[in-house]
Write a protein that binds this ligand. Structure first.
Ligand SMILES: Cc1ncc(COP(=O)(O)O)c(C=O)c1O
Length: 426
């Protein structure tokens, strides 16, 4: 029986862990069924506890750009571990990775390391508020910036009204300071600035959204955000937790040629260990403690094992002049192959892609914002997901998630995937 051991483990896990998982989307709630329990992974493949192999298109939700158990990263972590796992003091490797990150990413002078993307985004917003002396922030419906209170906000009753908590436990007071706009809709942003003059500290945005499926910016959206921030004395925060070191060495800032004021990182920057970071030019970063007044700290921040994994990962990316070209070509090949078979099977679909982020939506409308993406959350997607899973292809268990392509994928893996897509959508 497929997934037998996983099913048993899930029942056992649910006795001790809420929903059997330590992060909700892993629970397969939106597609139904039992999550696979993974025993090990190597390169482009996951192996579950029933010893079934999967070609992995989630890649730990982004970090494994170069594949699982990537040897240089594994070796760096093993070597570092032998020297002690945490000291709570400065270490030389923190400066090494900081220096490299600053050299790879445009427009940043200093970087602070934390332990997750959530922490990075939460701290970036605090820094923006401290720096500008303003309290309100703008975020976009369908963008995710981690689970801190300020981001778990839904739209209120009108465009220019305050947000409301989207999770119990978030206070109305917190929600009032988060204003919601529509992705790719600069008018909705202008209206918020009009209605909240001199009150908005920052806009935080995923420069390519990956949390409503892959949704690229259109009609110079990022350039327009830059302009509206400059015109209103607000900071522009690019949440590059997904896009950083994935779309280009310098992430979305480099790809689109738009400068952000603060940039948040996670995922790839940790090479598979728990790392986040936020970075900006000196003027802004010097507002952080211990130099400046904005407080931010962490017992395990800059942890030597995490830094060893991250540094090795960034070195590998920095030293491989062909990496982003290969990723682009592989993902374009997958896109073209899937388009061919989906069209042959008379499917109504949309594929969005930027570099190695790609999504298939089963809908007939262009997907440029959250409302568009919601139309693709259909039984078609659930059948697609389970059909692929049975055939050993592991995509995200929700139509609101992007696929992350790894360089470890071979063209044979991609052909196998396209063949499975053809079978599943027949
Ligand atoms: C764009 C974006 N920002 C922030 C986060 C939060 O990162 P973490 O899960 O490491 O806290 C995520 C997580 O998926 C993300 O996709």
């Amino acid at each position: 029986m497929l997934y037998k051991r996983s099913s048993e483990l899930f029942v056992e896990a649910a006795k001790y862990i809420p929903g059997g998982v330590n992060s909700p989307v892993r629970a397969f709630k939106s597609v139904g069924g039992t999550p696979i329990f993974v025993k090990k992974a190597k390169g482009a493949y996951l192996y579950d506890e029933d010893d079934k192999r999967y070609i992995d298109y989630i890649n730990s939700w982004g970090p494994m750009l170069l594949g699982h158990a990537y040897e240089p990263v594994v070796n760096a972590v093993i070597e570092k571990t032998k020297l002690g796992t945490s000291f709570g003091t400065p270490t030389a490797i923190e400066t090494e990775i900081a220096q490299l990150a600053v050299s790879m990413v445009p427009n940043i002078d200093k970087i602070r390391f934390v332990n997750s993307g959530t922490e990075a985004c939460m701290s970036a917003v605090r820094l923006a508020r401290g720096f500008t002396g303003r309290e309100k922030i703008i975020k976009f419906r369908g963008c995710y910036h981690g689970h801190s209170d300020s981001f778990l906000i839904a739209a209120g009753s009108g465009l220019s009204t305050f947000g409301v908590p989207s999770s119990p436990g978030v206070t109305k007071g917190t929600a009032q300071d988060t204003l919601l706009a529509n992705y790719n809709d600069i008018e909705s942003v202008n209206e918020l600035f009009q209605a909240n003059k001199n009150e908005i500290a920052c806009i935080i945005v995923e420069p390519v959204a990956g949390n409503m499926g892959c949704v690229p910016p259109v009609n110079n959206f990022l350039e327009k955000l830059r302009e509206v921030c400059d015109a209103n004395g607000a900071l522009l925060i690019f949440d590059e937790v997904m896009t950083g070191f994935r779309l280009a060495k310098g992430g979305a800032q480099e790809l689109f040629g738009v400068n952000a004021d603060i940039v948040c990182f996670g995922k790839v920057i940790g090479g598979g260990l728990p790392v986040g970071a936020f970075a900006a030019r000196n003027e802004i970063m010097n507002y952080l403690a211990p130099v400046g007044p904005v407080y931010q700290a962490g017992t395990l921040s800059g942890n030597p094992l995490a830094m060893a994994a991250g540094l090795t990962m960034l070195q590998e990316i920095n030293n491989d002049a062909e990496l982003f070209k290969r990723l682009e070509e592989k993902t374009a090949y997958l896109e073209a192959g899937m388009r061919k078979v989906l069209t042959e099977n008379n499917k109504t679909y949309v594929i969005n892609r930027v570099g190695s982020m790609i999504s298939v939506f089963f809908c007939d409308n262009a997907v440029e914002n959250y409302e568009d993406a919601a139309k693709a959350d259909t039984p078609d997607f659930k059948a697609f997901f389970h059909g692929l899973l049975e055939r050993g292809i592991y995509i995200a268990p929700s139509s609101y998630e992007t696929w992350f392509i790894t360089d470890a994928l071979s063209y044979q893996d991609l052909d196998e995937t396209i063949k499975a897509v053809a079978e599943v959508t027949k």
